[in-house]
Design a protein around this ligand. Structure first.
Ligand SMILES: N[C@@H](Cc1c[nH]cn1)C(=O)NCC(=O)O
Length: 465
């Protein structure tokens, strides 16, 4: 038995954890860029003459939501999943990293170029943005395509290496490292920009450099991926082994057929996860984009410290996501973890909406609770997908989930930007975020019921004894 277990590369603990850390680093640099401008709203809305970019809260909302625009309206994420299942991990990963770098380059040009007073206008839909916001949004939208496709690729990579091992722990650690990127951006971007004379471009340039290093590390991963495939091929010759590693063997790119997608679309558990993902993440990522200014406006936190409080959310998840992931691996109860996380999300946003205790220390406590919620749901949600969907369709399944999630990531910030313009007290926007939490609770309950009926095993441990 032991002899057989050593036969493919992913059975080596060292090899699979090395692979994980390499791709997790790439994702971390992507997450840094995703949120590098989130704490900078206070600089962006200063007039051009005062060193800002003269964006309104509406302009900023559009920019924040532009991340998901191409993914949603050009169905890029959907195609990304199919490309992943058809063309494989190495091709798709490199393509995604390339898109991220191009996108950030354009975004950097958007926030540093001299556009004077020029505006980008679509008069037939009554739409107008400062040119800097339009160019930065275009870059962010291209980056968003790359980052999301890279995300589904990394999820598939982890499933490929960790199925039958510490799958949820590995996914938890990847997400935790990604959050380190978010936390670094939330904490560091504003002080870094200020250190460079309040220049918004400085932290973006830093992100660009990190991203290029992340791209290089993905290229290193492709060497490991090739070696894993080779070891699987070699092991395939042995019938007995083939049977044992059925799941991994299924993952040959030739096995993907479009007609199989109906298996995904007709799966009720899959739809519950999609909806839960849309609702839960709409209550977290878009909230992060506005949280720094909320701290200044409603909790009297100084501009320099304001980004640090929301950064507690991703920082909290650093330890907790792997911890809850490991709990799921060993004890199970994945659907229950998602329910508890959703309930906490609703409670936190309710507290923000009703403005009780407007002190910085109280905001810190609430952010920590949100950090726990933000650990519970992802640590259980992402490793639950392979329990519902077979390996050969996993790329497409993650892509569809991310696609639906991106509808929220694109539209919610745009909507909230407008809402905050009309109601700067944040009561309306926080009530909307609370509504997402309540709806997520309802879907989590539904998921528990569907799991009971269909026996997906979401409440079962992942590690087979
Ligand atoms: N689809 C991503 C969203 C994202 C945010 N920043 C970069 N990508 C996602 O949901 N990833 C999983 C997670 O829990 O962060």
């Amino acid at each position: 038995m032991t002899e057989k277990i050593q036969r493919i590369l992913s059975d080596s603990k060292g090899a699979r954890w090395t692979a994980l850390f390499i791709v997790a680093f790439t994702m971390m640099t992507g997450y840094f860029i995703t949120d590098v401008m989130s704490p900078l709203e206070v600089l962006l809305d200063k007039p051009v003459a005062a060193g800002g970019l003269g964006w309104t809260s509406d302009d900023y909302g559009f920019f924040a939501g532009s991340y998901g625009l191409i993914n949603v309206f050009l169905l890029m994420l959907f195609f990304g999943g199919i490309i992943l299942d058809k063309m494989g991990i190495r091709f798709t990963g490199i393509m995604a990293c390339g898109l991220m770098v191009i996108g950030v380059f354009i975004k950097y040009y958007g926030v540093t170029g001299d556009f004077g007073d020029s505006r980008f206008t679509l008069s037939f839909v009554n739409f107008s943005l400062p040119m800097s916001a339009a160019v930065a949004s275009l870059g962010f939208a291209i980056f968003g395509v790359g980052c999301e496709i890279c995300g589904i690729t990394v999820s598939k990579i982890i499933t490929k290496w960790f199925t039958g091992h510490e799958l949820a722990l590995a996914m938890g650690i990847q997400v935790a490292l990604a959050r380190l990127g978010t936390a670094g951006a939330m904490m560091g971007a504003l002080p870094f920009a200020k250190a460079f004379g309040g220049k918004v471009g400085a932290p973006v340039l830093l992100g660009l450099v990190l991203l290029v290093i992340g791209f290089l590390s993905f290229i290193v991963y492709t060497v490991m991926d090739k070696k894993l495939d080779k070891s699987v091929e070699e092991a395939k010759g042995e019938k007995e082994f083939e049977k044992e590693k059925e799941t991994l063997d299924e993952e040959t790119d030739d096995d993907f057929h479009f007609r199989d997608l109906k298996y995904i679309f007709s799966n009720p558990g899959f739809w519950c996860i999609c909806l839960l993902c849309l609702l839960f993440y709409s209550g977290v990522f878009p909230f992060l984009k506005f949280a720094t200014k909320l701290m200044i406006a409603n909790y009297g936190v100084s501009e320099d410290m304001a980004g640090s409080i929301p950064s507690l959310i991703p920082f909290g998840t650093l330890l907790l996501t792997p911890l809850f992931g490991s709990l799921y691996d060993r004890i199970g109860k994945g659907a229950t973890l998602m329910l508890i996380g959703s309930a906490m999300l609703a409670a936190v946003h309710f507290i923000f909406a009703i403005h009780i205790l407007p002190y910085g220390w109280f905001a810190v406590i609430i952010m920590i609770i949100l950090g726990v919620a933000f650990s519970l749901v992802p640590s259980a949600m992402w490793p639950s997908v392979p329990k519902i969907i077979p390996m050969k369709l996993l790329g497409s399944a993650y892509a569809i989930i991310f696609y639906i999630q991106n509808i929220g990531l694109a539209l919610v910030p745009m909507f909230i930007g407008k809402v905050n313009g009309a109601d700067p007290s944040y009561t309306t926007s926080m009530s909307i975020f609370c509504g997402f939490g309540v709806a997520a609770v309802v879907i989590s309950l539904l998921l528990i019921a569907v799991d009971k009926k269909k026996h997906y095993g979401l409440q079962d441990a992942n590690i087979k004894k």
